[in-house]
Design a protein around this ligand. Structure first.
Ligand code: HEC
Ligand code: HEC
Length: 228
């Protein structure tokens, strides 16, 4: 009972601190609680659990992924153990709840996420030219193209997704047009090292919130995206 009460008070505290954020309606106290167990209290992710950072992803993308998991357009492929966890969670969510959660998570403050992938970002820079067309020169993503932000997100998760698109574990269900688009471009990146390198470059980009001319000049790879 004490634990429950403490959890409840903590959740209330979180809801209060985040509701100050850009006028986003907070989810009901219990709605985000279930996500925290795997994605963390700041939605920063937990690489060991395979759960990515989701804080700061665009609300439309978040909402679409949750609906895709729920409606079995994502996460139901053979052998997709990580995706299956999200299918279970999302099956409990209706459209209204998904909308609230997506707005809330997308407005969460920036978090720093440790990198765990042994990739060489500089080596991946040239390959990122292709990706920049949809994911942006700063890795910020494109809402209109449905391409999510990659900058600052969980690198091990992104590499796993890239391989999942390549194998068809993600992006080959009926109705998953965006996933199919992403599948189409995986053929250009061959081998595990090339995948690690391009993802390491992508996550190191400044992204939407932290972007500035100074951040670009100071960027370890020397510029923000290869077209600059
Ligand atoms: C049991 C652990 C667990 C719980 C609880 C959980 N997730 Fe996840 N979530 C995962 C894992 C693992 C993945 C990676 C799935 C994959 O590899 O395709 C994921 C992926 C996601 C993604 C896809 C991110 C992207 O970049 O495409 C979203 C969005 C998401 N979760 C939102 C949520 C929300 C919102 C909740 C709470 C309602 C939640 N999750 C609860 C484990 C969990
Ligand atoms: C033609 C546009 C396009 C190009 C080019 C493109 N992507 Fe994507 N990418 C997308 C879209 C759209 C999605 C979301 C698909 C979905 O909803 O499943 C996506 C999703 C992803 C994801 C999953 C992100 C997540 O949070 O789950 C990764 C990783 C990724 N792309 C990496 C890359 C890399 C690396 C490149 C360059 C080699 C690249 N993409 C090029 C459109 C593109």
């Amino acid at each position: 009972m004490r634990v429950l009460a403490a959890g409840f008070i903590f959740a209330l505290g979180l809801a209060t601190s985040f509701s100050a954020h850009a006028g986003v309606p907070p989810p009901r106290p219990t709605e985000f609680d279930i996500c925290q167990g795997c994605h963390g209290v700041f939605a920063q992710g937990n690489a060991e659990l395979g759960a990515p950072r989701i804080a700061g992803l665009d609300a439309q993308y978040l909402g679409r992924q949750l609906a895709d998991f729920r409606d079995r357009r994502r996460g139901s492929g053979a052998g997709d153990a990580f995706g299956a966890q999200m299918v279970t969670i999302a099956s409990m969510l209706d459209d209204t709840t998904i909308g609230r959660l997506a707005a809330y998570v997308s407005a969460m403050p920036e978090v720093q996420v440790p990198t765990t992938l042994s990739g060489d970002g500089k080596a991946g820079r040239a390959a990122y030219t292709t990706c920049a067309a949809c994911h942006g020169v700063n890795g910020e993503g494109s809402v209109s193209l449905g391409a999510p932000r990659l900058a600052g997100m969980t690198d091990s998760y992104l590499a796993r997704q890239f391989v999942a698109y390549a194998s068809g574990m993600r992006g080959s269900s009926a109705g998953d047009d965006r996933g199919a688009a992403m599948r189409g471009i995986t053929a250009g990146i061959k081998g595990d090292k090339a995948v690690r390198d391009v993802i390491s470059y992508a996550v190191s980009l400044p992204g939407p919130a932290t972007f500035s001319a100074t951040a670009c000049a100071d960027h370890p790879a020397g510029a923000c995206g290869s077209s600059r």
